[in-house]
Design a protein around this ligand. Structure first.
Ligand code: HEC
Length: 193
Protein backbone atom coordinates (compact mmCIF):
# COMPACT_ATOMS: atom_id res chain seq x y z
CA UNK A 1 0.00 0.00 0.00
CA UNK A 2 1.15 3.51 -0.73
CA UNK A 3 1.49 6.00 2.07
CA UNK A 4 -1.53 8.02 0.90
CA UNK A 5 -3.69 4.88 0.83
CA UNK A 6 -2.60 3.94 4.33
CA UNK A 7 -3.60 7.39 5.61
CA UNK A 8 -6.93 7.29 3.78
CA UNK A 9 -7.86 3.79 4.94
CA UNK A 10 -6.56 4.64 8.41
CA UNK A 11 -8.94 7.64 8.64
CA UNK A 12 -11.89 5.61 7.34
CA UNK A 13 -11.12 2.74 9.72
CA UNK A 14 -10.86 5.18 12.64
CA UNK A 15 -14.25 6.73 11.78
CA UNK A 16 -15.88 3.29 11.54
CA UNK A 17 -14.50 2.29 14.95
CA UNK A 18 -15.65 5.60 16.53
CA UNK A 19 -19.12 5.13 15.02
CA UNK A 20 -19.45 1.59 16.36
CA UNK A 21 -18.30 2.66 19.85
CA UNK A 22 -20.72 5.63 19.84
CA UNK A 23 -23.62 3.47 18.74
CA UNK A 24 -22.88 0.79 21.36
CA UNK A 25 -22.58 3.32 24.18
CA UNK A 26 -25.74 5.17 23.14
CA UNK A 27 -27.76 1.96 22.86
CA UNK A 28 -26.50 0.81 26.28
CA UNK A 29 -27.53 4.14 27.85
CA UNK A 30 -30.89 4.07 26.10
CA UNK A 31 -31.66 0.52 27.24
CA UNK A 32 -30.77 1.15 30.86
CA UNK A 33 -32.13 4.64 31.24
CA UNK A 34 -35.47 5.01 33.01
CA UNK A 35 -36.26 8.22 31.17
CA UNK A 36 -36.67 8.26 27.37
CA UNK A 37 -33.74 9.93 25.56
CA UNK A 38 -36.13 12.37 23.94
CA UNK A 39 -39.42 13.60 25.38
CA UNK A 40 -42.37 11.84 23.76
CA UNK A 41 -44.69 14.53 22.44
CA UNK A 42 -47.47 12.46 20.94
CA UNK A 43 -50.29 10.51 22.56
CA UNK A 44 -53.35 8.48 21.64
CA UNK A 45 -56.56 7.39 23.27
CA UNK A 46 -58.41 5.05 20.97
CA UNK A 47 -62.17 4.76 20.67
CA UNK A 48 -63.46 1.28 19.77
CA UNK A 49 -63.49 2.24 16.10
CA UNK A 50 -59.99 3.70 16.33
CA UNK A 51 -58.74 0.48 17.95
CA UNK A 52 -60.40 -1.52 15.18
CA UNK A 53 -58.68 0.75 12.63
CA UNK A 54 -55.35 0.13 14.36
CA UNK A 55 -55.84 -3.64 13.98
CA UNK A 56 -56.56 -3.20 10.28
CA UNK A 57 -53.52 -0.93 9.96
CA UNK A 58 -51.42 -3.76 11.38
CA UNK A 59 -53.04 -6.45 9.21
CA UNK A 60 -52.53 -4.36 6.07
CA UNK A 61 -48.78 -4.03 6.64
CA UNK A 62 -48.76 -0.22 6.84
CA UNK A 63 -46.03 -0.45 9.49
CA UNK A 64 -43.57 -1.76 6.87
CA UNK A 65 -43.25 1.88 5.80
CA UNK A 66 -44.74 3.88 8.66
CA UNK A 67 -44.13 4.52 12.32
CA UNK A 68 -47.15 4.81 14.62
CA UNK A 69 -47.93 4.10 18.27
CA UNK A 70 -44.19 3.92 18.88
CA UNK A 71 -43.36 1.10 16.48
CA UNK A 72 -42.84 0.43 12.79
CA UNK A 73 -40.21 1.76 10.40
CA UNK A 74 -39.20 5.18 9.17
CA UNK A 75 -39.35 4.43 5.43
CA UNK A 76 -42.44 6.64 4.99
CA UNK A 77 -44.00 9.41 7.05
CA UNK A 78 -44.21 9.03 10.83
CA UNK A 79 -47.93 8.97 11.57
CA UNK A 80 -47.80 9.67 15.33
CA UNK A 81 -49.34 13.06 16.05
CA UNK A 82 -50.79 13.55 12.55
CA UNK A 83 -54.34 13.48 13.95
CA UNK A 84 -53.71 16.99 15.30
CA UNK A 85 -53.05 18.22 11.76
CA UNK A 86 -55.80 16.49 9.80
CA UNK A 87 -59.29 15.09 10.37
CA UNK A 88 -60.97 11.78 9.50
CA UNK A 89 -62.14 13.00 6.07
CA UNK A 90 -58.66 14.11 5.09
CA UNK A 91 -57.21 10.70 5.96
CA UNK A 92 -59.99 8.81 4.19
CA UNK A 93 -59.59 10.95 1.06
CA UNK A 94 -55.82 10.60 1.14
CA UNK A 95 -55.98 6.82 1.40
CA UNK A 96 -58.52 6.71 -1.43
CA UNK A 97 -57.05 9.36 -3.77
CA UNK A 98 -53.57 10.27 -2.55
CA UNK A 99 -52.43 12.37 -5.48
CA UNK A 100 -55.50 14.55 -5.71
CA UNK A 101 -55.33 15.25 -1.95
CA UNK A 102 -51.63 16.10 -2.12
CA UNK A 103 -52.08 18.00 -5.37
CA UNK A 104 -48.69 16.62 -6.33
CA UNK A 105 -46.94 13.42 -7.34
CA UNK A 106 -46.64 10.87 -4.55
CA UNK A 107 -43.93 8.31 -4.04
CA UNK A 108 -45.59 5.15 -2.74
CA UNK A 109 -49.35 5.77 -2.48
CA UNK A 110 -51.24 6.07 -5.75
CA UNK A 111 -51.70 4.02 -8.92
CA UNK A 112 -49.76 0.79 -9.62
CA UNK A 113 -46.87 0.00 -9.84
CA UNK A 114 -46.31 2.12 -6.71
CA UNK A 115 -45.56 0.01 -3.64
CA UNK A 116 -48.56 1.21 -1.61
CA UNK A 117 -51.01 1.22 -4.55
CA UNK A 118 -52.94 -1.62 -2.88
CA UNK A 119 -54.11 0.81 -0.17
CA UNK A 120 -56.67 2.68 -2.27
CA UNK A 121 -58.23 -0.66 -3.33
CA UNK A 122 -58.92 -1.80 0.24
CA UNK A 123 -62.58 -2.14 1.28
CA UNK A 124 -64.20 1.18 2.11
CA UNK A 125 -64.98 0.11 5.68
CA UNK A 126 -61.28 -0.62 6.28
CA UNK A 127 -60.24 2.78 4.94
CA UNK A 128 -62.85 4.51 7.15
CA UNK A 129 -61.70 2.63 10.26
CA UNK A 130 -58.05 3.41 9.53
CA UNK A 131 -58.95 7.08 8.98
CA UNK A 132 -60.53 7.16 12.46
CA UNK A 133 -57.43 5.47 13.92
CA UNK A 134 -55.14 8.03 12.21
CA UNK A 135 -57.24 10.96 13.46
CA UNK A 136 -56.78 9.72 17.05
CA UNK A 137 -52.96 9.91 16.88
CA UNK A 138 -52.57 13.28 18.63
CA UNK A 139 -49.65 15.66 19.01
CA UNK A 140 -48.74 17.60 22.15
CA UNK A 141 -47.49 21.17 22.15
CA UNK A 142 -43.94 21.36 20.83
CA UNK A 143 -44.09 18.16 18.78
CA UNK A 144 -43.10 18.43 15.12
CA UNK A 145 -46.68 17.61 14.10
CA UNK A 146 -48.22 20.25 16.37
CA UNK A 147 -48.67 23.80 15.20
CA UNK A 148 -47.98 24.96 18.75
CA UNK A 149 -44.29 25.69 19.40
CA UNK A 150 -42.55 24.32 22.52
CA UNK A 151 -43.56 25.92 25.80
CA UNK A 152 -41.45 28.76 27.21
CA UNK A 153 -38.84 30.89 25.56
CA UNK A 154 -36.47 28.87 23.39
CA UNK A 155 -33.04 30.36 22.69
CA UNK A 156 -32.74 27.86 19.84
CA UNK A 157 -35.83 29.19 18.06
CA UNK A 158 -34.67 32.79 18.61
CA UNK A 159 -31.25 31.99 17.16
CA UNK A 160 -32.80 30.26 14.14
CA UNK A 161 -35.08 33.24 13.51
CA UNK A 162 -32.12 35.64 13.71
CA UNK A 163 -30.17 33.49 11.32
CA UNK A 164 -32.79 32.58 8.71
CA UNK A 165 -35.90 34.77 8.83
CA UNK A 166 -35.84 37.65 6.32
CA UNK A 167 -35.55 41.14 7.81
CA UNK A 168 -38.87 42.69 8.63
CA UNK A 169 -40.73 39.35 8.82
CA UNK A 170 -42.58 40.57 11.89
CA UNK A 171 -44.36 43.18 9.78
CA UNK A 172 -45.62 40.50 7.39
CA UNK A 173 -46.25 37.50 9.62
CA UNK A 174 -47.71 36.83 13.04
CA UNK A 175 -45.38 35.33 15.64
CA UNK A 176 -47.38 32.35 16.84
CA UNK A 177 -45.58 32.51 20.21
CA UNK A 178 -47.04 35.96 20.87
CA UNK A 179 -50.46 34.67 19.93
CA UNK A 180 -50.05 31.68 22.29
CA UNK A 181 -49.22 34.06 25.16
CA UNK A 182 -52.26 36.25 24.57
CA UNK A 183 -54.68 33.37 23.96
CA UNK A 184 -56.84 32.33 26.94
CA UNK A 185 -55.63 29.05 28.52
CA UNK A 186 -58.91 27.29 27.86
CA UNK A 187 -58.78 27.87 24.13
CA UNK A 188 -55.20 26.56 24.02
CA UNK A 189 -56.34 23.43 25.76
CA UNK A 190 -59.21 22.96 23.33
CA UNK A 191 -57.03 23.24 20.26
CA UNK A 192 -55.11 20.16 21.33
CA UNK A 193 -58.16 17.95 21.00
C1 HEC B 1 -44.48 1.12 0.47
C2 HEC B 1 -44.49 2.02 1.59
C3 HEC B 1 -45.82 2.45 2.18
C4 HEC B 1 -46.86 1.64 2.59
C5 HEC B 1 -46.96 0.11 2.53
C6 HEC B 1 -47.85 2.53 3.16
N1 HEC B 1 -47.43 3.84 3.07
FE1 HEC B 1 -48.45 5.47 3.72
N2 HEC B 1 -47.02 6.70 2.93
C7 HEC B 1 -45.85 6.28 2.33
C8 HEC B 1 -45.18 7.45 1.77
C9 HEC B 1 -43.86 7.43 1.05
C10 HEC B 1 -45.99 8.55 2.05
C11 HEC B 1 -45.82 10.01 1.57
C12 HEC B 1 -46.74 10.18 0.37
C13 HEC B 1 -46.21 9.46 -0.84
O1 HEC B 1 -45.24 9.97 -1.44
O2 HEC B 1 -46.74 8.40 -1.23
C14 HEC B 1 -47.13 8.07 2.81
C15 HEC B 1 -48.14 8.87 3.31
C16 HEC B 1 -49.16 8.42 4.12
C17 HEC B 1 -50.12 9.26 4.78
C18 HEC B 1 -50.24 10.77 4.61
C19 HEC B 1 -49.62 11.56 5.67
C20 HEC B 1 -49.80 13.04 5.44
O3 HEC B 1 -49.16 13.78 6.15
O4 HEC B 1 -50.55 13.49 4.56
C21 HEC B 1 -50.97 8.46 5.48
C22 HEC B 1 -52.15 8.87 6.32
C23 HEC B 1 -50.55 7.09 5.24
N3 HEC B 1 -49.44 7.10 4.42
C24 HEC B 1 -51.19 5.97 5.74
C25 HEC B 1 -50.91 4.66 5.34
C26 HEC B 1 -51.72 3.51 5.68
C27 HEC B 1 -52.96 3.56 6.57
C28 HEC B 1 -51.13 2.42 5.10
C29 HEC B 1 -51.59 0.98 5.09
C30 HEC B 1 -52.96 0.69 4.66
C31 HEC B 1 -49.94 2.90 4.39
N4 HEC B 1 -49.85 4.26 4.55
C32 HEC B 1 -49.05 2.09 3.69
C33 HEC B 1 -45.42 4.97 2.23
C34 HEC B 1 -46.19 3.84 2.48
Amino acid sequence: MKKGEKILFGIIGFLVVVTIINFTVLEAIRRHSEKPLFPILTHFVFTDEGMHGYQIYQQRDCYTCHRAVGSGTSMGVSLDGLGSKHDVDYFYNFLKKPESVYGAKTMDHGAPPKDASYVSDLPDADLRAMAVFLSELKADQGSSSSFEPPQGDSSFINAMLDMWAPDGWRAQYKDIREWMKSKPQEEQHDSKH
